[in-house]
Design a protein around this ligand. Sequence first.
Ligand code: FES
Ligand SMILES: [Fe+2]
Length: 392
Amino acid sequence: MTSHVKPAEGYNGLTTLEKTLPSHFYFDADHYARELRSIWSHNWIYLCRSADLEGPRSYRTFTIGTQNLVVLRDETGVLRAFHNTCRHRGSVLCRQAQGRLKSDLLTCPYHAWSYALNGELKRTPTLSPIEGFDRADYPLYPVALKEWRGLLFVNLAGDEAASSGPVADRGSDRLDNWPLEDLVSGHVYEKTVRCNWKVFWENFSECLHCPGIHPELCDVVPIYGRLITGERDDPNFAAHADSDDPALKGGLRRGAQTWSMDGLVHGATIPGLSEAERHAGHSYVTSLPSVFIVAHVDYVRVVRVRPLGPELTELHAEWLFPADTLEHRDFDLENVTSFPTLVLDQDAEACEMNQQGLHSRAHAHGVLMAEEHYIKQFYDWYWAALGAYEAG
Ligand code: FES
Ligand SMILES: [Fe+2]
């Protein structure tokens, strides 16, 4: 037996034994279908930025699990989301990933039922009217849509559930000082990772893997090299109260300003950030299960997570910059994009490695270490989200 010093009050780490989720939750097709019906259909799911739907009559289609949606902007600029399904006999309406409608009607490619951009059914080509048929009864199926800080989220649960609850679950005010809506997209990274979507979030939630998987990141964020993400993950944190060593307190290594290859800012620094925000070097907001946003002093990264199958997950990361930065001739985009890309690639590989091992019939479940308290938080959210909508 090992003896442990009782951690000081305020310690974040786990002190009791917690199991991981059962292994089959990460590959079983029936369980995956259950998650799509519950979790992915009853939470706000991030799609894209509202700036991606530029101008009247622009549209984009998205798939969440088995559900296909169309988001469109009407002639007056209002954004709406609908199931991408015709009310006649259920044909898909928009077959492209994105585009611009030629008129202010959305016309089904099958038998040409036409809908106004607010979803009302306007035209139903037929030679003879049917008694009892009223177009007003057949608008497009609406999907709740919410814009938060220039980011678009949908909720497949319908209006009632959708109208309540914030889109970002943890500390969304952390980004108040970043002009998120005004930033401009400068780079996109996309990768299909052979892992279950929960494997991604678990890996995101801990830094036990950081020294082994992310040596370069540990150099920029020294506390990550100590297996933890914040000073209170150290049971002995009270002893370092007066230290300003980033390895003990968090923040970037001395001399580093941001997450870039050389640790330096290469474009405009975002004005109006607090001293603490500049010092921290990164501020995170998460909206489970579909997105996390990390804001640095010079840019913001939005990372979307989308399940493509029980063992397939799409990552889509977008770098957002002040417009000045991208217009500047000498801006070194590569320096800023290559560093997080390296980290994302390393994480993707780790997730695939984790996924492979989970198939062992001997491994019914695993166990969490003290530093994995954010995984425990993720499980608490997960069980609540899974159970709350069983009827659905
Ligand atoms: S299915 Fe759309 S018009 Fe017939
Ligand atoms: Fe990682």
